[in-house]
Design a protein around this ligand. Structure first.
Ligand code: FES
Length: 534
């Protein structure tokens, strides 16, 4: 088959690829990850690149290669390193029943290391742990390179429909874990041969791809997992760069859309001994919820969609450099204004999920949008709003929009939210809030009965509690009842890595937590519609 040479700028990377491949494939082959919100369907327009010499703009996922090309990749189309939440809660681990005992006598105790891995749809986090004292020596994180096949698990499931594609996705993730192992070993001068144990958590799809278990059934009702069980696999079988005699343990999944990462979160926050009514919320493309006390626990997954991760929002992005992550109203003596916090102290070029929640809360407080999410008519606002705020209401492609930032230079770069963006965010927040309400309904619980809300995961950690309450994402509880628990999934993975006791507990938890299919709950449609309101 004919091959062509593609040069990517400004990276100056050159590859050779067969005719008919897309520019998207070519970029992937060159190790450049592009945005792919729609999974390459050509609808999100987030993978725009320019062709030399005339600068013509094309969608990388839709451009089929028929000749040699030089391609310029603009920053806005790159899947930048996002802020990755590496740290979780530090749990004192009882090392009484430790996993490392099985290696004792064969190797000296101080040379037994383990790795705890959390494979997320977007990020992969790994921790190097001394198995004898439980100490974490280093943490490393990377973007999950499978992201080039789509932002959400549905796109990955759609891709991995046959054995060849599933093998390809599995290799991508095991290569990434090997990358992380190398980085961890380099950082700590550890011999990878001294790594004897690995414990892996992730959502059910990531878990299945890692183990190369079929995923087709996860994409079709009733969305059943091929396996909910824990697995122990020899390291050599997965070609992981650790001691070939080592063992890889994957933690139990709860259901098709509630994976071992939720089991690990439940383990880390010790929900199993909670006397207080506790709600755990892990917000991502799928929001995972656990509600209850030690006596009875329920879990659900809500298809929030990627809006809260910045996708399907006109100026949206993940939490990358240049993304607005916080929006607050200031009360300057010379006129009320709006302050922005931007990741990396850069000039704003997009808005990420936490900024989006803040911005909508601010727009509600200012009266720019009403409780239904509709932009209020500008004539009505002119009288009420100070000119510094009123001037931010603009028209964008024929619809009202609120401008958060406008560059002073000629490029006229703006970051704004349109009516359609508000609707997208409403859909996402309604999915999460409806999920919570339906779980509450199951156990006849009012908002005020919830004694603790634990926000887990990268996103949860950066949102402002006040704004989350203002837009109605979370039940109405006093602020002090809301706590952030960081990357609790990675913390839970560490616990299950080190101790048999926690592996047993994880198994019990995964079987004890009752999965509720939210969309089948009575009144789902009404609760969902009601949750759209702010
Ligand atoms: S338009 Fe190319 S990935 Fe969405």
């Amino acid at each position: 088959m004919k091959h062509f040479t593609i040069i990517f700028k400004p990276d100056n990377k050159q590859i050779s690829i067969h005719a008919g491949a897309t520019l998207f494939d070519a970029a992937g082959q060159a190790g450049i990850i592009l945005n792919t919100v729609c999974g390459g369907k050509g609808t999100c327009k987030k993978c725009l690149v320019n062709l030399e010499p005339d600068g013509r703009e094309v969608l990388a996922c839709q451009h089929y290669i028929q000749n040699d090309l030089t391609v310029i990749i603009p920053a806005s189309s790159r899947f930048f390193e996002q802020k990755i939440l590496e740290h979780g809660i530090d749990t004192q681990i009882d090392l009484a029943a430790t996993v490392h005992e099985k290696y004792q006598g064969k190797i000296s105790a101080e040379k037994i290391f383990g790795i705890a891995v959390d494979i997320g749809t977007t990020t992969v986090v790994a921790k190097l742990i001394n198995m004898t004292d439980g100490e974490c020596h280093a943490t490393e994180a990377i973007i999950n390179p499978q992201s080039r096949y789509g932002d959400d698990v549905i796109s990955r499931i759609a891709y991995a429909q046959n054995d060849e594609k599933l093998t390809e996705l599995q290799k991508i993730i095991t290569d990434s874990v090997n990358d992380l192992i190398r980085k961890l070993c380099q950082k700590t001068s550890t011999d990878s041969n001294h790594i004897y144990e690995m414990c892996v958590v992730g959502n059910t799809t990531m878990n299945h791809i890692f183990l190369k278990l079929p995923v087709i059934q996860l994409g079709q009702a009733p969305y059943k997992a091929f396996s909910l069980d824990a697995h122990d696999v020899p390291a050599a079988q997965l070609h992981l760069e650790m001691n070939p005699a080592g063992n890889i343990h994957t933690v139990e999944n709860i259901a098709g859309f509630v994976g071992s990462d939720t089991t690990a979160v439940a383990l880390a926050v010790d929900i199993d001994s909670a006397d207080e009514m506790t709600l755990v919320v892990d917000i991502g493309t799928n929001g995972e919820l656990v509600l209850g006390t030690k006596d009875k626990l329920y879990a659900a997954s809500c298809a929030a969609g990627p809006a809260l991760e910045g996708a399907r929002i006109t100026c949206g992005s993940r939490a990358t450099k240049g993304a607005i992550e916080a929006v607050v109203v200031n009360d300057d003596p010379d006129g009320i204004g709006i302050d922005l916090d931007v990741i990396g102290n850069a000039s704003p070029r997009s808005i990420c999920g936490s900024g989006l929640i803040d911005a909508v809360a601010v727009m509600l407080d200012l009266g720019v949008i009403d409780a239904t999410g509709r932009f209020v008519e500008p004539q009505q606002l002119k009288e009420k709003l100070p000119p510094t705020i009123f001037s931010r209401i603009i028209e964008q492609d024929g619809e009202p929009a609120f401008c958060l930032y406008r560059a002073a230079n000629v490029s006229e770069r703006k970051v704004f939210l349109t009516q359609r963006d508000i609707r997208q965010m409403q859909l996402a927040k309604a999915a999460i809030r409806a999920g919570i309400k339906l779980l509450q309904k199951r156990i006849d619980l009012e908002d005020c009965d919830i004694e603790r809300i634990m926000l887990a995961g990268a996103f949860g950690n950066y949102i402002r509690k006040e704004s989350a309450l203002r837009i109605g994402l979370l039940p109405k509880v006093p602020l002090e009842r809301i706590v952030f628990v960081g990357n609790a999934a990675a913390s839970g993975a560490r616990m299950a890595l080190l101790s048999r006791h926690y592996r047993d507990k994880a198994r019990e938890l995964a079987r004890k937590i009752e999965y509720i299919e939210i969309a089948h709950e009575p009144g789902f449609q009404d609760v969902y519609a009601d949750s759209m309101l702010f």
